[in-house]
Design a protein around this ligand. Structure first.
Ligand code: SGN
Ligand code: CA
Length: 525
């Protein structure tokens, strides 16, 4: 059931703003909360201090952690389709990919005429803004102001477009996105409107180019290897065996790990963007590593281990800049008295593999890419330091923000309203299972199309394109998800129950095998 706008929800808003409801004259509008939605690109929860993994102990994220300390950490936030554009479309619309039409990156542009939560907020009087990565091919709609990086964007001296012109900004992308976001907030002081600000970082997306401030900060740190770095995919299906996203085979020494030679350096588009000063700094860090690597002649497992460390150094240095950005935004809110009535969200468009199963990238329904970090603070509403284990989803964000703003939730949105969870009261009928559907195959990294269901303990997945394979995982007894139990007779009744629940979820969300087939490249009109 969708939440309606009632006097009760308005009273909640008034109270949440720290104003006594009884002192309010009846006609006065409730104070609506501002919403700052900070989303990075490919930020694994394993690399966030608040989640406590070993990696993040060596590469801390104090500012992102501050959101958790002052608010709520979500330990099971699941995405509906683990890939950038589709995830963003699901977040904006509160609907699954087959409903919002954006199934995979760079296929068909997002239909910007459809309903999105920023549009509904804007209609209700919010100033709305997005800065940074958009990745939906069509121009943003529903924003009072937008300034985005075209496509994936660049790390150094990135181009931005705002619908009127394209311009190249000098500097590092994470810092520029932060400055533009702060500037826009400052300008809002004139309007007096509540605002929605979506700060969408490009970092820490492949090929993980650290900024000048962070370059080399982890060079002497040896990060712990995940237990499954040398996964050989036995006990798994064709999909895991045929993917193309391993550190071993897919990760490139030159483009990904920066082992450039002078002749290739200038011709590569992304690094070729640097000015002399930036290039000097870059070279002073990488040149000695390049030299050392030339003479090391590593092969096999030793090479994978070396690549993993190089990957972690660059990736986590990109994360460190994102963390600083969060710190600057939190400071701005505090300095301007906005921290009391602003919901601050930190998330990523999906999770990411940091060497688990030997992988980088995302797409699969295994935990590291299916689960995304989610931290929310809302002073006076969320109890500081809370931890939530409920299954929430990126299609829940839209309804939650609308609800926080006292806006009626459209009936065709497919998520759930998390407001009660934020207040510490999970509704009794909260979802106990979650539906997933990934479409981008054929495509980069060759992860086959699959849909599936995750319950609190099990996952059932169906790889259905050019193979027809089912997989079942018990991630309580097998948290590393290494054993496919689908044909194990002991799990027959669990399997049947999951099949039944999967059918129910597909029906509920209007997805089906025949609809999935209609999206296959050979069947597309
Ligand atoms: C690029 C990356 C891929 C990545 C996709 C999608 N290759 O193609 O590794 O999976 O983007 O990422 S790169 O060599 O160009 O970096 S997404 O986050 O935008 O969906
Ligand atoms: Ca991404």
């Amino acid at each position: 059931m969708k939440q309606q706008l009632t006097s009760k929800s308005l009273a909640f808003l008034t109270l949440s703003a720290g104003i006594s409801a009884c002192n309010q004259p009846k006609t006065e509008k409730p104070t609506l909360p501002n919403i700052i939605f900070i989303m990075s690109d490919d930020h694994a929860y394993q690399a966030i201090g608040a989640y406590g993994d070993t990696i993040s102990k060596l590469a801390p994220t104090p500012n992102i952690d501050q959101i958790a300390a002052e608010g709520m950490r979500f330990d099971r936030c699941l995405v509906t389709n683990s890939i950038s554009g589709p995830s963003r479309a699901c977040i904006l619309t509160g609907k699954y990919s087959h409903k919002n039409g954006f199934l995979q990156n760079e296929a068909t542009p997002f239909d910007g005429s459809q309903q999105t939560f920023p549009k509904l907020l804007q209609k209700a009087g919010y100033s709305t803004c997005i800065i940074g990565k958009w990745h939906l091919d069509s121009d943003p709609t529903g924003f009072s102001y937008w300034e985005i990086v075209p496509g994936q964007g660049d790390y150094y001296n990135p181009e931005f477009k705002d619908g009127k012109s394209n311009q190249t900004d000098t500097g590092y992308v994470t810092e520029i996105i932060t400055q533009k976001s702060l500037k826009w907030m400052e300008e809002q002081k004139k309007t007096g409107n509540p605002f929605l600000l979506m700060v969408h970082h490009k970092a820490p997306h492949r090929n993980w180019q650290p900024g000048p401030r962070e370059l080399g900060m982890y060079k002497d740190v040896n990060f712990p290897e995940p237990a499954t770095l040398f996964d050989d995919y036995s006990n798994r299906g064709i999909a895991e065996n045929e993917q193309d996203m391993t550190i071993d085979k897919t990760m490139l020494l030159v483009e990904d790990l920066k082992m450039w030679t002078d002749s290739t350096w200038k011709t590569t588009s992304s690094l070729g963007r640097m000015d002399n000063k930036q290039k000097e700094k870059w070279d002073s860090y990488y040149n000695p590593i390049i030299e050392k690597n030339k003479n090391s002649k590593l092969t096999g497992k030793d090479l994978v281990k070396w690549k993993y460390q190089r990957y972690m150094h660059d990736y986590l240095e990109c994360v460190a800049a994102v963390d600083k950005s969060v710190g600057e935004i939190l400071k701005y809110l505090k300095d301007n008295g906005l921290d009391k009535n602003t919901i601050v969200v930190y998330t990523s468009d999906q999770g990411f593999y940091l060497g688990e199963h030997g992988w980088f990238d995302k797409r699969f329904m295994f935990e590291q890419s299916y689960r995304t970090p989610l931290l929310i603070k809302w002073n006076g509403v969320i109890k500081p330091g809370s931890i939530n284990n409920d299954m929430v989803s990126n299609i829940d964000f839209a309804e939650t923000f609308l609800s926080a703003a006292g806006i009626e939730i459209p009936k065709d949105m497919q998520g759930e309203n998390m407001i009660d969870i934020l207040k510490g009261n999970t509704p009794k009928n909260w979802r106990k299972s979650h539906y997933y559907h990934y479409y981008e195959y054929p495509g980069y990294h060759s992860v086959k199309r699959h849909y599936g269901i995750s319950s609190e303990q099990y996952k059932l997945m169906h790889y259905y394109y050019n193979i027809d394979q089912w997989e079942l995982y018990d991630f309580k007894s097998d948290p590393l998800e290494m054993i496919n139990l689908y044909d194990n007779p002991k799990y027959a009744s669990i399997k049947n129950e999951l099949h039944k629940q999967l059918k129910e979820l597909m029906l509920k969300y209007g997805d089906s095998d025949s609809l999935a087939k209609s999206f296959l490249p050979e069947n597309k009109k």
